[in-house]
Design a protein around this ligand. Structure first.
Ligand code: ZN
Ligand code: ZN
Length: 303
C-alpha cells in the first residue's frame, strides 16, 4: 500500500498543511474518506466538488490514442478517486489503471528516437504547493496542455492567491508558444515558482543526438521549429523562478507516490529504470541523464 495512505503519514500531513488546506480549495490532498474512521469527511467532500470544472472530458483513455482529435478529451481531471476507501471496487481499480496509463505514457516518451508517436500526446501532471491530488491535463487540437494549465490556474485563483509552488511532470518540454505563455504567466504572478520535469525536449535538435549520430531523427525536425523551440526553452530555463529539469529516479518515485496508481506499476517503472524495456531502445535512466546534459548545454548556450 502506498505510503501516503498510511494513517500516521496522513495525520502528519494534515497537521502541517492545515493552513494551506483551508486557503486553497483545490488542494484537497486527501480524501478523508480514505480513512474509514475519519471524523472530518464533510470538508473533503465539499472540496471534491472543485472537480466539477472537470467537464465531461474527464476521461483520459489512452487505449485509443488515435482519438486525440476528439475535442471532448480536453481539460483536466482529478486523479484522486471520489470513492470512499471502504468501497474499494472495480471503479477504483479502473481509475488507478487510467492514471497508470498516463504515467506510463510520460515514462515511455522518447525512449525510441525512431518513434515519436508518444510525443504527439502531451500529458501533464501538476502538483500545487506540494500537496497530493494533482491535476492532469492533456493537449487537444485547440490547446496545448500548458495552455490548459494556465487557464485553469487563472480561473481557479485570484491573482493574489495564486499558489506559490507549482510542480509539473510532463512528457514534452514547452514549445515556443507555451514557453512564452509560461514566461508571461510568471511575470504577471511574481509569487509563483515553477518546476517542470520533462521526458522529451520537444522538436529540438539535441546535442546528444548529434553525438549519437541520429541524423534521421535530427533531419525530421524542421530548422525553424528547432530555432523557435530551443530559444523559447532557453529563455524559460534562464528565468529565475522557473526550473526545467530532467527526471531522475527520485523524481519518478515522487510522481508515482503523488498519483494514485496500482502498486505493480511502481515496481515495474522503478525496477526497470536502468533497463532497456520491451519495445524501447533506451532505458529511462539513460535518457533522463542525456536530457539533463542537453538542458544544461542549452541553458549555457550563447546566442
Ligand atoms: Zn505548446
Ligand atoms: Zn535522437
Amino acid at each position: 500500500m502506498a505510503f501516503w495512505r498510511t494513517k500516521k503519514w496522513s495525520y502528519m500531513y494534515r497537521k502541517h498543511n492545515s493552513s494551506i488546506h483551508d486557503e486553497m480549495d483545490v488542494c484537497s490532498m486527501f480524501d478523508s474518506s480514505d480513512e474509514s474512521d475519519s471524523s472530518d469527511e464533510s470538508d473533503s467532500s465539499e472540496e471534491s466538488d472543485s472537480s466539477d470544472e472537470a467537464d465531461s472530458s474527464d476521461e483520459c483513455d489512452l487505449s485509443e490514442e488515435s482519438d486525440s482529435a476528439d475535442k471532448s478529451k480536453t481539460g483536466y481531471k482529478r486523479i484522486k478517486s471520489k470513492h470512499p476507501r471502504s468501497t474499494y471496487n472495480v471503479e477504483d481499480k479502473k481509475e488507478k489503471k487510467e492514471n497508470g496509463n498516463i504515467i506510463q505514457h510520460i515514462y515511455n516518451t522518447g525512449l525510441d528516437h525512431d518513434d515519436w508517436s508518444k510525443a504527439m500526446d502531451t500529458f501533464l501532471v501538476c502538483k500545487i504547493n506540494g500537496v497530493h491530488n494533482p491535476n492532469i491535463m492533456r493537449n487537444n487540437p485547440e490547446n496545448h496542455a500548458e495552455q490548459l494549465l494556465i487557464r485553469h490556474l487563472k480561473k481557479k485563483y485570484k491573482e493574489k492567491k495564486m499558489p506559490f509552488k507549482l510542480t509539473v511532470y510532463i512528457n514534452n518540454s514547452p514549445c515556443s508558444m507555451c514557453a512564452k505563455a509560461l514566461e508571461n504567466f510568471l511575470n504577471k504572478n511574481q509569487n509563483v515558482k515553477l518546476t517542470f520535469y520533462v521526458t522529451n525536449m520537444y522538436h529540438i535538435k539535441r546535442t546528444s543526438c548529434f553525438k549519437a549520430r541520429h541524423f534521421e531523427h535530427l533531419n525530421s525536425i524542421p530548422k525553424k521549429s528547432h530555432k523557435a523551440n530551443s530559444e523559447g526553452l532557453r529563455d524559460l530555463l534562464r528565468h529565475k523562478r522557473c526550473n526545467i529539469k530532467a527526471f531522475n529516479m527520485g523524481v519518478w518515485k515522487e510522481l508515482l507516490n503523488t498519483v494514485d496508481v496500482l502498486p505493480k506499476l511502481k515496481t515495474k517503472l522503478i525496477g526497470g529504470y536502468n533497463r532497456i524495456q520491451h519495445a524501447n531502445k533506451r532505458s529511462r535512466g539513460y535518457e533522463d541523464d542525456l536530457i539533463k546534459k542537453d538542458l544544461m548545454y542549452l541553458k549555457s548556450y550563447k546566442k
